[in-house]
Write a protein that binds this ligand. Structure first.
Ligand SMILES: NC(=O)c1ccc[n+]([C@@H]2O[C@H](COP(=O)([O-])OP(=O)(O)OC[C@H]3O[C@@H](n4cnc5c(N)ncnc54)[C@H](O)[C@@H]3O)[C@@H](O)[C@H]2O)c1
Length: 446
């Protein structure tokens, strides 16, 4: 009895069971090993998983490389829907021109599905001619833009199409007063740019450059405290070369400027601004960029500002004679605004401080420009000669080899292609908007 097994569940079990060892399953040792590995070597699996995922994302990239603002609190990724620069230049950028950007790894890839975060960018003078076109590009790229403008020469109409866009803010403010904003980038364009306007209050013009220190101190306060690390781009001018003795002008040329002339408030002001910008860079480690802009034209230019292209176009449309100052043999180069905006953005995103000449090397005398305007608008338009303005430079033509080589930039739009685009804007504003003034007589070749 003692050795007999007592069985109580007779319905499902056999009446008598004799012990036999369990059959050995062939996969038992494998299962045991797997259990052991899963229990004891979990970490190893995690590492292997990470390695495989990294390999997949590296071998099959799905998005372009990210742009991370230097020391920025924002990590930014380029959107896959919006093309920032033409593809070929985008590739150049991600490999060569972003290397100087803080801790960003220019070759790293964004995993599928992750989107680029927009930057927060201030554009001073963003309601002006160049500024408003720059704002359009930045907004289209997915950035948040804060325009700071006192509307001295700018117009709300230039940026009105962004009202209601949560990525757009407009602050009426004079940049000579400090302003504290935490941003990633600052494009500084605020400045009366035409002789008519900068000569209107020359003391304020030069003072505003000297007080640029306020702007930099205010806007970059956080940067100096190493909290934000905003990058500051100064829009300087070809006027820093004055009446140049070198032709074409290279960035290494120091210029030939009259320090006490009627244009000096602008020329010397911009030179001072360049000095201040570089001193903030050297002394306080502020990230800076300097663009030297040559004559630029396009839609939204102020009709009354007396700059030569806007002057000729407005005069031809109104059937007035084109006023040529001096003998009309002084030369300028004319850059379409979209080319300039492209150059400014490349400069801001690139690794080089500058200064960079941004201009179209095509050189025209004032008489040749008048001919192109006649061809485009009115072949019967007359030319009227007037005495030249004081200190009007004789020649102006940028050497853009540095921008070509280091920014991969050169203008694409010729004068004959760009001018009609400006003409249709002017036509609409002159004949459709009676608020625009009618006096365009005070011209110069600038
Ligand atoms: N357009 C060109 O051919 C050219 C050539 C060389 C340099 N630049 C430089 O490019 C920048 C933009 O020029 P633009 O042609 O668009 O001129 P613009 O006059 O159309 O724009 C300048 C803007 O700055 C604003 N502004 C002026 N003073 C200000 C102040 N103190 N505070 C706040 N806002 C102020 C004006 O209201 C305007 O909106 C300027 O710095 C100019 O010197 C332009």
């Amino acid at each position: 009895m003692g050795s007999e097994l007592i069985y109580r569940g007779s319905e499902t079990q056999p009446s008598s069971v004799s012990y036999s060892p369990k059959p050995v399953k062939p996969w038992a040792s494998v299962t045991r090993t797997i259990h052991y590995l899963l229990r004891e070597q979990r970490l190893l699996f995690v590492f292997v998983g990470i390695a495989i995922a990294t390999l997949i994302f590296t071998v099959f990239p799905t998005s372009p490389a990210p742009y991370v603002a230097p020391h920025s609190r924002f990590t930014t990724l380029i959107p896959d829907s919006i093309t920032y620069f033409p593809i070929e230049t985008q590739q150049k950028f991600s490999s060569a021109h972003r290397l100087g950007f803080g801790s960003a790894n220019p070759t790293s890839k964004i995993p599928l599905g992750l989107k680029r975060k927009g930057l927060r960018i201030v554009v001073t003078g963003g309601a002006g001619f160049v500024g408003s076109h720059l704002v359009d590009r930045l907004i289209a790229r997915g950035d948040s833009v804060i325009v700071v403008d006192n509307f001295f020469t700018g117009r709300k109409q230039n940026v009105m199409h962004h009202f209601g866009n949560p990525n757009f803010e407009l602050i009426r403010h004079d940049v000579v007063e400090p302003l504290l904003l935490e941003v990633d980038q600052i494009y500084h364009l605020a400045c009366p740019a035409s002789p008519v306007h900068y000569k209107f209050n020359p003391v304020k013009t030069i003072i505003s450059f000297i007080l640029l220190q306020n702007l930099i101190t205010g806007l970059l306060q956080a940067c100096l405290a190493k909290r934000v690390g905003a990058r500051f781009l100064l829009t300087s001018t070809s006027e820093v070369y004055g009446d140049p003795l070198q032709h074409p002008q290279k960035e290494t040329y120091w210029g030939n400027v009259n320090p006490i002339g009627v244009r000096s408030c602008y020329d010397e002001g911009k030179r001072t601004a360049e000095t201040l910008t570089m001193d903030y860079h050297r002394g306080a480690g502020v990230e800076v960029r300097i663009a030297r802009i040559f004559n630029t034209y396009g839609p939204r230019m102020c009709i009354d500002d007396g700059r030569v292209v806007s002057n000729f176009v407005a005069q031809a449309l109104r059937k007035e004679p084109l006023t040529v100052y001096g003998d009309g043999k002084q030369t300028r180069s004319f850059q379409y605004v979209s080319d300039l905006v492209e150059g400014l953005m490349r400069l801001m995103e690139g690794e080089h401080i500058g200064p960079f000449n941004l201009g179209n090397p095509g050189e025209f005398t004032m008489l040749e420009l008048a001919e192109v305007v006649q061809e485009t608008i009115d072949p019967n338009a007359k030319i009227e000669f007037r005495p030249n303005t004081e200190d009007d430079p004789h020649k102006r033509k940028p050497d853009i080899s540095r921008a070509k080589e280091l920014l991969g930039w050169e203008p694409k739009v010729s004068l004959r292609k760009g001018l009609p685009l400006m003409v249709s804007d002017f036509r609409q504003r002159i004949f459709g908007d009676h608020k625009e003034g009618s006096n365009t007589n005070n011209a110069s070749s600038s």
